[in-house]
Ligand binder design. Structure first.
Ligand code: ZN
Length: 409
């Protein structure tokens, strides 16, 4: 039971935090360089976008500069959210809205992004200050806000509906929170405002994580498939056992935030195949991937309402879900197929989706450092997929294996 004195103290603390946040956002600081109006592809050392625009030159992304017109909201500026913000800023996102209410602690130093000199500062305001130095072209909007508090919920919905660069809806929300209640709030706000969001998380033992794209009505929402155990009627934070805290690793969080931003880029700029659900199991190096369809009996009435609207759309366009597989879409239309054009960089792209024979044609004067397998080698290669004896392996594998054995001796 709170005494009137403690609730007064609590209110004052919140007021101080709010004022600090306002002060911080006013003092984001002088930019480190002139703002650039246009993303240039000119290859000079002083151009921060030449390497990003190379994706366009190489035919991977048709419209990279459109990123300047996109707005992303990141809820939770912790282990995943802070690095996701950094990657978004470095990629040149148009506007980055950051929501959190927490301050930086020394206990956060096993994670990336923040440094000891930031301890005690609000995560949102400190992130805005750091990122403004890295990329002053991005518009940063920090909000000291707990999305689980009823008082802030309408404000949160308003940010999603009108936070875009021209006062329109934001393009995507990244949920980087660590509890069920906050995920439910993001889910509710996104269903009501019809804004897609990526849910993300890492497991308590730091050995895995996931990302999940939730498009209202089209894919399962956060409540369509409820978790097996939830806290009911009590504060989740009180469930933490005395002296025991969840494990966290910068590596696992780095993997999940990278997968999150990678897929967000594909979604925002319409290239590649957007991952709907992508898991990561660190101990096995296993990445399960699939789509979770919505539950027609979802207990959230906004979800069933969005499903109905989506069904009407699907009747007109049965391939609605395929619209996020831009590779297949390009193949279907036979146009704009992603391929690696001749480019002035003399770079050849390596990747599972590219034509390997084409990738093996290097500019004159360049050779591969290691021997590479031909298409025939790959067909015959049963080393990994069928688990056959080493006799069936190409010579290079055998040499590697002998080297390993020698090293062990
Ligand atoms: Zn649902």
């Amino acid at each position: 039971m709170h005494s009137p004195r403690s609730s007064e103290l609590e209110a004052l603390k919140r007021r101080v935090m709010k004022l600090e946040s306002e002060l911080d956002s006013l003092q984001i600081g002088k930019p480190t360089r002139e703002r650039l109006e246009v993303m240039s592809d000119v290859v000079v050392d002083s151009n921060p976008y030449s390497r990003l625009m190379a994706l366009k030159k190489m035919g991977i992304v048709k419209n990279y500069e459109e990123i300047r017109r996109r707005t992303v909201v990141v809820v939770g500026i912790g282990g995943i959210g802070s690095t996701a913000c950094e990657m978004m800023a470095r990629c040149g996102i148009g506007k980055l809205i950051m929501l959190d209410y927490d301050k930086i602690e020394l206990a956060n130093m096993n994670r990336l992004f923040f440094c000891p000199e930031h301890v005690g500062q609000l995560k949102t305001a400190a992130a805005a200050r750091i990122l403004a130095k890295i990329n002053p072209d991005v518009i940063y909007e920090p909000h000291d806000m707990d999305v689980t508090e009823l008082a802030y919920f309408r404000r949160f919905c308003q940010i999603l509906s009108t936070g875009g660069l021209c006062g329109q809806k934001v393009d995507l929300v990244l949920g980087c929170v660590d509890n069920y209640q906050a995920r439910s709030s993001i889910n509710q706000a996104c269903l009501e405002t019809d804004v897609p969001w990526y849910e993300s998380g890492v497991s308590e033992d730091a050995m895995g994580g996931h990302i999940q794209l939730i498009i209202p009505g089209l894919t399962a929402c956060f409540e369509c498939v409820p978790p097996l155990i939830v806290a009911s009627g009590i504060d989740e934070s009180t469930l933490k056992r005395e002296g025991v805290c969840a494990a966290s690793l910068p590596t696992t969080m780095g993997v999940i935030s990278s997968l999150l931003v990678q897929n967000s880029l594909k979604y925002l700029l319409r290239f590649g195949k957007v991952g709907f659900y992508l898991g990561y199991q660190a101990l096995l190096d296993f990445f399960p991937s699939h789509m979770i369809h919505p539950n027609s009996e979802c207990r959230n009435s906004w979800c069933t309402k969005r499903q109905l609207m989506c069904r009407e759309q699907t009747e007109r366009n049965p391939r609605l879900a395929e619209q996020f597989d831009f590779c297949a879409k390009n193949k279907l239309t036979g146009s704009d197929t992603v391929h690696h054009q001749e480019n002035s960089y003399g770079i050849t792209v390596e990747g599972s989706s590219c034509d390997v024979e084409e990738a093996e044609r290097l500019p004159a004067g360049l050779n591969f450092l290691h021997p590479r397998f031909s298409a025939q080698d790959r067909q015959e290669d049963a080393f990994q997929q069928k688990g056959t004896s080493e006799d069936a392996c190409p010579d290079w594998y055998r040499i590697e294996s002998l080297r390993r054995q020698l090293k062990e001796l």
